[in-house]
Design a protein around this ligand. Structure first.
Ligand SMILES: [Zn+2]
Length: 393
């Protein structure tokens, strides 16, 4: 069975910034900036070459610093220089790149995480030090995962350790696909058993609510620190709320798809034609939300061994799933096929076409009875409607 790697980043807020951390941030920045300059002046884009040509002199100068800081420094410097070169190529950057952030990249030699004890051990010039972090409930699931790279970051809110965890999962052969049509206020699923399920998310109401709040603040308060703080606070609340919504929604979708082993989503990464894009996206999720929600569905599905495939999104909501003819509007959000008489809600059409395309992609021919099963009883509509939140006040 093929196995796949899932990667997720978890955030750990440190209880106290230890002594000597200031010095470490400063030293590291110095090193990264030296390496960036070296890469810039000698046009070095290879991590190995940069390391090879600078290691000896840096080792000498920073003799008490654990050597892996020099390795990760080279990794950061090559990444920064490469992205600078790309931006310069596009006319978006000038001069010389400078690293100003308080960020230290760590590899697995430089830190050890004790999830049970709530501590992280960090290698520093003055030996290994132990730092406590604030435990969060979601940290617990990573106990069976492997910690890889990490970043030590200082922000105005404190010092954080962001750790990338990975896990190998076995994803089996899908028996069938649940087609998922993502919209701004609802998600419609086409199940292989012939049913259509709609999940009402109320995302638009949440967004509108926060939009109104922001407008009020902008009207009431003059531009300044207070206003900025309030806007940031509500912005953070909105993101938390939507994040919570996406996780609940993804859990529900994966739960419904688990026994079939497959989920089909639309692939929106390749849409470049902006006019068609905006027409297609009318009434749908914002692009950012769409990708975010898709990535949550994807990793949650993988964790359950469910395969996710991405299908071509063109005309999924305008072609007849039964005969392929062009559908015409027939009342509010209802579409009808002039050729074969098929009639259904717009969301039903979208999710059904998505699941059919996944079968096609997977090389499964669609049995004709599965089409008539769905169309046998007049207008096809959703069979079940869920409210994601029972009380969404
Ligand atoms: Zn038709």
């Amino acid at each position: 069975m093929p196995s796949e790697t899932i990667k997720l980043t978890a955030k750990f807020k440190l209880k106290e910034a230890p002594e000597g951390l200031d010095e470490l941030f400063k030293t590291y920045r110095e090193i990264v900036n030296f390496l960036i300059s070296y890469a810039f002046e000698n046009n070095v884009t290879s991590f190995y070459r940069l390391k090879k040509e600078t290691y000896k002199s840096l080792r000498k100068e920073y003799s008490s610093l654990p050597s892996h800081y020099l390795y990760t420094g080279c990794q950061m410097a090559t990444a920064i220089f490469k992205s600078f070169r790309k931006r310069r190529w596009n006319g978006k950057a000038k001069g010389k790149p400078v690293f100003k952030k308080e960020v230290i990249m760590l590899d697995d030699h430089l830190f050890k995480l004790g999830l049970d004890a709530g501590v992280v051990k960090l290698s520093t010039p003055s030996g290994r030090i132990q730092l406590e972090f604030y435990p969060a409930k979601y940290h617990e699931r990573f106990k069976s995962w492997k910690a890889g790279q990490a970043w030590l970051i200082r922000t105005p809110k404190g010092v954080f350790l962001n750790v990338v965890f990975s896990k190998e999962v076995v994803v089996g052969e899908p028996k069938a696909f649940v087609g998922v049509d993502l919209n701004e206020n609802n998600v419609t699923l086409s199940l292989p058993n012939g049913e259509f399920v709609q999940i009402i998310t109320h995302e638009r109401e949440v967004r509108t609510g926060y939009y109104v709040k922001r407008r009020k603040i902008q009207k009431k308060l003059r531009a300044g620190k207070k206003r900025k703080e309030l806007l940031e606070k509500y912005g953070q609340r909105e993101r938390n709320r939507l994040n919570d919504l996406y996780h609940k929604l993804a859990n529900k979708i994966v739960e419904l798809a688990e026994k079939y082993g497959g989920i089909a989503l639309e692939d929106l990464t390749e849409i470049r034609d902006s006019i068609r894009y905006s027409a297609e996206m009318n009434g749908r999720l914002h692009r950012w939300s769409f990708r975010k929600l898709q990535s949550i569905i994807e990793y949650k599905a993988k964790l359950k061994g469910v395969r996710v495939v991405f299908v071509n999104p063109a005309f999924t909501s305008s072609l007849c799933p039964v005969c392929g003819g062009e559908l015409s509007p027939n009342g509010h959000r209802v579409l009808k096929c002039p050729k074969c008489g098929f009639e259904a809600d717009r969301d039903v059409v979208g999710s059904w076409n998505i699941s059919l395309r996944a079968l096609e992609m997977w090389g499964v021919s669609v049995p004709p009875e599965s089409l008539t099963m769905k169309t046998g009883v007049g207008k096809v509509s959703r069979n079940d409607v869920y409210e994601l939140y029972s009380n969404h006040g």
